[in-house]
Design a protein around this ligand. Structure first.
Ligand code: COA
Length: 306
């Protein structure tokens, strides 16, 4: 269970996973201004929480999220520009900026209805798994608006032009299997397997180097908007930064375990991170004790001179 308490969301923690659960099931997890503010705070807490290695975003009850709350987000704020601006800032902060820049891998587990504004947090997550019977829809056209916020940009980015246009213009709802077919989600599974399949993916991610994974996801996202020379330059700098900030360091240890120790094949499996970390720890311990001995010798010499 979790030490975090909120009114509109729930956080559960276990097995290295932080579950951020939108929790207004009676309103199909429609997103109110208060929910947005809580999600923004929750993501800050979870980003800093060492028990959380992977973040999962999902919803309670029948919905992932029915999009923005038409009563509390739209209607209640329409005559109040100040509160509208505040709600909009919190909404875009967590649904896009905080999720996209989240320092650990993120998975959207789409358990049910996913409409309109909910596509933004869906697209912001690194991975997405849907229940076969989940219902997706760009429903905005059905009530006379365009997919606003950044939803049109999200779907134009993630989907093919044909699919983005088709589903945005018709407003047709579609299920998890179709979401997989049009690559809105990585895969779709029977509803009763959604949790176990999400945990399975999270556990796989936990075997990877957190540093390499974080730099990789940042790299893939960023290079999409660059031309080739920009990407080459950026990736060169990013590789140096990844190596410099890796506490293990995985690169040298990975090459050593493959070439010298012949204990694994990087093409077919993952470097043994525990072994790598233990080696680095013992090497730094040796260095420290060697350093201590040298310092003691030097101090003795100086004392004798006096
Ligand atoms: N904003 C505000 N309230 C919403 C909501 C939304 N986006 N989506 C659902 N609700 C509320 C309903 O008003 C209802 O409240 P009530 O019980 O006080 O009357 C409650 O949630 C349950 O909704 P209901 O329509 O009865 O549930 P359902 O299971 O039959 O249908 C949906 C679920 C999601 C298909 C349907 O509620 C819907 O179409 N919602 C709007 C989806 C949408 O267009 N979102 C885009 C917003 S950007």
């Amino acid at each position: 269970m979790s030490e975090y308490k909120f009114n509109n969301i729930k956080i559960e923690k276990g097995q290295g996973i932080g579950w951020l659960i939108l929790n207004r099931p009676e309103k199909r997890n429609a997103m109110s201004p208060e929910l947005h503010m809580e999600c923004a705070d929750a993501l800050d807490l979870l980003a800093d929480d060492d028990d959380v290695k992977v973040l999962v975003l999902t919803g309670s009850g029948k919905a992932f999220s029915a999009g923005q709350d038409l009563a509390l987000y739209f209607r209640a704020n329409q005559d109040n520009p100040k509160t509208r601006a505040k709600a909009r800032a919190a909404s875009s902060s967590w649904r896009w900026h905080k999720l996209v820049n989240f320092p650990k891998p993120t998975i959207a587990a789409v358990n049910g209805f996913c409409f309109g504004g909910a596509f933004t947090q869906l697209c912001a997550c690194d991975f997405a798994i849907a229940a076969n019977n989940a219902t997706f829809g760009l429903s905005e056209v059905n009530w006379g608006i365009i997919p606003g916020g950044i939803v049109s940009w999200n779907v134009a980015d993630v989907l093919s032009y044909r699919d983005a246009l088709y589903y945005a213009v018709t407003g047709d709802p579609f299920d998890g299997r179709t979401a997989e077919k049009i690559r809105l989600v990585n895969y779709s599974v029977p509803a009763n397997k959604l949790r176990s399949e999400t945990v399975k993916l999270a556990k796989k991610l936990m075997t990877k180097s957190p540093n390499a994974m974080r730099y990789t996801k940042e790299a893939i996202r960023s290079v999409r908007r660059m031309n080739e020379p920009e990407a080459a330059d950026y990736l060169n700098a990013k590789s140096v930064a990844c190596k410099a900030t890796d506490p293990i360091p995985g690169r040298d240890e990975g090459i050593r375990q493959f070439l010298d120790e012949k204990s694994y094949r990087p093409g077919l499996g993952q470097l043994d991170l525990k072994k790598a970390a233990a080696r680095v720890k013992s090497a730094s311990g040796q260095k420290t004790s060697a350093g201590k001995k040298a310092a003691a010798k030097k101090a003795k010499k100086t004392a004798r001179k006096r």
